[in-house]
Design a protein around this ligand. Structure first.
Ligand SMILES: [Zn+2]
Length: 227
Protein backbone atom coordinates (compact mmCIF):
# COMPACT_ATOMS: atom_id res chain seq x y z
CA UNK A 1 0.00 0.00 0.00
CA UNK A 2 1.25 3.46 -0.89
CA UNK A 3 -0.38 6.52 0.63
CA UNK A 4 0.36 10.15 1.16
CA UNK A 5 -1.47 12.52 3.50
CA UNK A 6 -1.07 16.22 4.13
CA UNK A 7 -2.16 17.30 7.61
CA UNK A 8 -2.68 21.05 7.96
CA UNK A 9 -4.25 21.26 11.41
CA UNK A 10 -5.86 19.21 14.18
CA UNK A 11 -5.52 15.47 14.16
CA UNK A 12 -5.56 12.69 11.61
CA UNK A 13 -5.75 8.90 11.91
CA UNK A 14 -4.56 6.40 9.33
CA UNK A 15 -3.67 2.74 8.86
CA UNK A 16 -0.18 1.38 8.19
CA UNK A 17 0.02 -2.27 7.09
CA UNK A 18 2.74 -4.55 8.48
CA UNK A 19 6.24 -4.10 7.04
CA UNK A 20 5.64 -0.64 5.65
CA UNK A 21 7.58 2.52 6.23
CA UNK A 22 5.70 5.56 7.49
CA UNK A 23 7.39 8.92 7.34
CA UNK A 24 6.53 12.23 9.04
CA UNK A 25 7.96 15.22 7.18
CA UNK A 26 7.78 18.92 8.06
CA UNK A 27 6.43 20.88 5.08
CA UNK A 28 6.69 24.42 6.43
CA UNK A 29 8.82 24.53 9.54
CA UNK A 30 9.20 23.19 13.04
CA UNK A 31 6.13 21.54 14.45
CA UNK A 32 5.74 19.28 17.47
CA UNK A 33 3.83 16.19 16.39
CA UNK A 34 2.27 13.88 18.93
CA UNK A 35 1.71 10.38 17.59
CA UNK A 36 -0.51 7.71 19.19
CA UNK A 37 -0.08 4.10 18.07
CA UNK A 38 -2.40 1.07 18.30
CA UNK A 39 -2.54 -2.41 16.82
CA UNK A 40 -4.99 -2.10 13.94
CA UNK A 41 -6.53 -5.52 14.63
CA UNK A 42 -6.96 -5.13 18.38
CA UNK A 43 -6.64 -1.45 19.27
CA UNK A 44 -8.61 -1.70 22.49
CA UNK A 45 -6.16 -4.26 23.91
CA UNK A 46 -2.86 -3.81 22.13
CA UNK A 47 -1.09 -0.50 21.65
CA UNK A 48 2.28 1.16 22.10
CA UNK A 49 3.37 0.53 25.68
CA UNK A 50 5.18 3.58 26.97
CA UNK A 51 6.26 1.63 30.05
CA UNK A 52 7.73 -1.33 28.24
CA UNK A 53 9.27 0.83 25.50
CA UNK A 54 10.91 2.95 28.21
CA UNK A 55 12.25 -0.21 29.79
CA UNK A 56 13.62 -1.68 26.58
CA UNK A 57 14.49 1.40 24.57
CA UNK A 58 14.97 4.29 26.98
CA UNK A 59 13.13 7.57 26.74
CA UNK A 60 14.55 8.94 23.52
CA UNK A 61 13.81 7.83 20.01
CA UNK A 62 16.41 7.91 17.26
CA UNK A 63 17.61 5.76 14.41
CA UNK A 64 17.34 2.10 15.47
CA UNK A 65 14.89 2.68 18.33
CA UNK A 66 12.20 0.05 18.85
CA UNK A 67 8.63 0.67 20.02
CA UNK A 68 6.89 -2.13 21.91
CA UNK A 69 3.41 -3.25 22.78
CA UNK A 70 2.57 -5.15 25.98
CA UNK A 71 -0.51 -7.34 25.71
CA UNK A 72 -0.57 -11.17 25.80
CA UNK A 73 2.85 -11.16 24.24
CA UNK A 74 5.19 -8.20 24.37
CA UNK A 75 6.41 -7.47 20.89
CA UNK A 76 8.07 -4.88 18.74
CA UNK A 77 5.46 -2.99 16.77
CA UNK A 78 7.66 -0.38 15.06
CA UNK A 79 11.25 0.67 14.57
CA UNK A 80 12.81 4.01 13.67
CA UNK A 81 14.60 3.38 10.37
CA UNK A 82 15.52 6.87 9.18
CA UNK A 83 15.69 10.41 10.53
CA UNK A 84 17.18 13.79 9.76
CA UNK A 85 20.48 14.15 11.57
CA UNK A 86 20.70 17.22 13.81
CA UNK A 87 24.10 18.74 14.64
CA UNK A 88 22.92 19.30 18.21
CA UNK A 89 22.73 15.52 18.69
CA UNK A 90 26.52 15.68 19.06
CA UNK A 91 25.96 17.82 22.16
CA UNK A 92 23.53 15.36 23.70
CA UNK A 93 20.23 16.81 22.51
CA UNK A 94 17.41 14.52 21.46
CA UNK A 95 14.55 15.38 19.15
CA UNK A 96 12.04 12.56 19.48
CA UNK A 97 10.89 10.86 22.66
CA UNK A 98 8.36 8.74 24.50
CA UNK A 99 6.06 11.30 26.08
CA UNK A 100 2.39 12.01 26.70
CA UNK A 101 0.23 14.72 25.21
CA UNK A 102 -1.08 18.15 26.15
CA UNK A 103 -4.74 18.48 27.15
CA UNK A 104 -7.40 21.16 27.06
CA UNK A 105 -7.14 22.08 30.71
CA UNK A 106 -3.46 22.89 30.67
CA UNK A 107 -3.85 24.66 27.32
CA UNK A 108 -6.70 26.77 28.72
CA UNK A 109 -9.14 26.07 25.94
CA UNK A 110 -6.77 26.67 23.07
CA UNK A 111 -7.07 23.13 21.77
CA UNK A 112 -4.82 20.21 22.57
CA UNK A 113 -3.27 17.04 21.25
CA UNK A 114 -5.71 15.03 23.38
CA UNK A 115 -8.70 16.65 21.68
CA UNK A 116 -7.07 16.25 18.27
CA UNK A 117 -6.54 12.54 18.97
CA UNK A 118 -10.09 12.04 20.22
CA UNK A 119 -11.65 13.82 17.25
CA UNK A 120 -9.70 11.74 14.77
CA UNK A 121 -10.05 8.26 16.37
CA UNK A 122 -13.83 8.50 16.72
CA UNK A 123 -14.39 7.09 13.23
CA UNK A 124 -12.33 4.02 14.20
CA UNK A 125 -14.58 3.32 17.17
CA UNK A 126 -12.07 4.53 19.75
CA UNK A 127 -12.56 7.02 22.58
CA UNK A 128 -10.87 8.52 25.59
CA UNK A 129 -10.64 5.13 27.33
CA UNK A 130 -8.40 3.97 24.48
CA UNK A 131 -5.82 6.70 24.88
CA UNK A 132 -3.34 4.93 27.11
CA UNK A 133 -0.24 7.11 27.12
CA UNK A 134 0.52 5.18 23.94
CA UNK A 135 2.24 8.19 22.46
CA UNK A 136 5.51 9.61 21.23
CA UNK A 137 6.48 13.25 20.55
CA UNK A 138 8.45 14.24 17.46
CA UNK A 139 10.54 17.30 16.52
CA UNK A 140 11.34 18.71 19.94
CA UNK A 141 14.73 19.42 21.50
CA UNK A 142 15.34 17.95 24.92
CA UNK A 143 17.99 16.51 27.15
CA UNK A 144 18.07 15.05 30.62
CA UNK A 145 19.41 17.36 33.25
CA UNK A 146 19.78 17.58 37.00
CA UNK A 147 19.56 15.07 39.80
CA UNK A 148 15.94 14.19 39.16
CA UNK A 149 16.60 13.25 35.55
CA UNK A 150 13.90 15.62 34.38
CA UNK A 151 13.84 17.00 30.87
CA UNK A 152 15.39 20.28 29.90
CA UNK A 153 13.96 21.69 26.69
CA UNK A 154 15.14 24.31 24.25
CA UNK A 155 13.95 25.80 20.99
CA UNK A 156 13.79 22.97 18.47
CA UNK A 157 16.33 22.78 15.63
CA UNK A 158 13.80 21.15 13.34
CA UNK A 159 12.92 22.94 10.16
CA UNK A 160 11.19 22.46 6.80
CA UNK A 161 12.09 19.17 5.15
CA UNK A 162 13.12 17.38 8.34
CA UNK A 163 11.71 13.89 8.67
CA UNK A 164 11.57 10.76 10.77
CA UNK A 165 10.57 7.36 9.40
CA UNK A 166 9.39 4.22 11.15
CA UNK A 167 8.88 0.68 9.96
CA UNK A 168 5.76 -1.18 11.06
CA UNK A 169 6.13 -4.71 12.45
CA UNK A 170 2.38 -5.33 12.66
CA UNK A 171 -0.67 -3.64 11.11
CA UNK A 172 -0.92 -0.31 12.91
CA UNK A 173 -3.51 2.37 13.51
CA UNK A 174 -1.82 5.72 13.95
CA UNK A 175 -3.17 9.08 15.03
CA UNK A 176 -1.16 12.28 14.65
CA UNK A 177 -1.81 15.64 16.28
CA UNK A 178 -0.23 18.92 15.26
CA UNK A 179 0.49 20.30 18.72
CA UNK A 180 -0.75 23.87 19.34
CA UNK A 181 2.08 24.46 21.82
CA UNK A 182 5.79 24.92 21.68
CA UNK A 183 7.94 24.25 24.69
CA UNK A 184 9.35 27.30 26.37
CA UNK A 185 12.97 28.04 25.94
CA UNK A 186 14.34 27.44 29.40
CA UNK A 187 17.41 29.27 30.62
CA UNK A 188 18.42 27.17 33.56
CA UNK A 189 19.16 23.51 33.78
CA UNK A 190 16.06 22.79 35.80
CA UNK A 191 12.42 22.89 34.87
CA UNK A 192 11.37 21.59 38.25
CA UNK A 193 9.66 24.08 40.54
CA UNK A 194 10.99 23.52 44.06
CA UNK A 195 8.24 25.65 45.62
CA UNK A 196 5.29 23.78 44.22
CA UNK A 197 7.08 20.44 43.73
CA UNK A 198 5.61 20.37 40.28
CA UNK A 199 7.56 20.14 37.07
CA UNK A 200 7.27 23.56 35.51
CA UNK A 201 5.97 22.49 32.14
CA UNK A 202 4.89 25.83 30.80
CA UNK A 203 4.10 26.05 27.15
CA UNK A 204 3.94 28.87 24.67
CA UNK A 205 1.15 28.75 22.14
CA UNK A 206 1.78 29.16 18.46
CA UNK A 207 -0.38 31.30 16.18
CA UNK A 208 -0.78 28.57 13.62
CA UNK A 209 0.50 25.05 13.24
CA UNK A 210 2.82 24.07 10.39
CA UNK A 211 1.57 21.41 8.01
CA UNK A 212 3.18 18.00 7.66
CA UNK A 213 3.26 15.23 5.10
CA UNK A 214 2.82 11.57 5.99
CA UNK A 215 4.02 8.98 3.49
CA UNK A 216 3.25 5.27 3.75
CA UNK A 217 5.22 2.89 1.52
CA UNK A 218 6.00 -0.84 1.45
CA UNK A 219 9.33 -1.56 3.14
CA UNK A 220 11.77 -2.68 0.45
CA UNK A 221 14.60 -3.47 2.84
CA UNK A 222 14.99 -6.93 4.36
CA UNK A 223 12.67 -7.47 7.29
CA UNK A 224 14.84 -7.42 10.39
CA UNK A 225 13.26 -9.16 13.31
CA UNK A 226 14.18 -7.79 16.72
CA UNK A 227 16.57 -10.02 18.66
ZN1 LIG B 1 0.31 18.96 22.27
Amino acid sequence: MTNEFIVESGGFTFVVPKNHNFKFELLEGQQIIDVAIWSKDNPKKEFLSMGHSLWKNGRFISLGSYLWSDYKKRRVIAKCVDETWFESSNEGWYHHLLQGYCDDEENQGRGSCKTNFLNSIKEFGLGVEHLNDNTINLFEKVMVSGGRNLLFSADSDATKGDQITFQSYIDLLISVSLCPTIHNKTETDSNYNLETKDPDYHYDFIDRVNSIKISVNPNKLPYQVYE
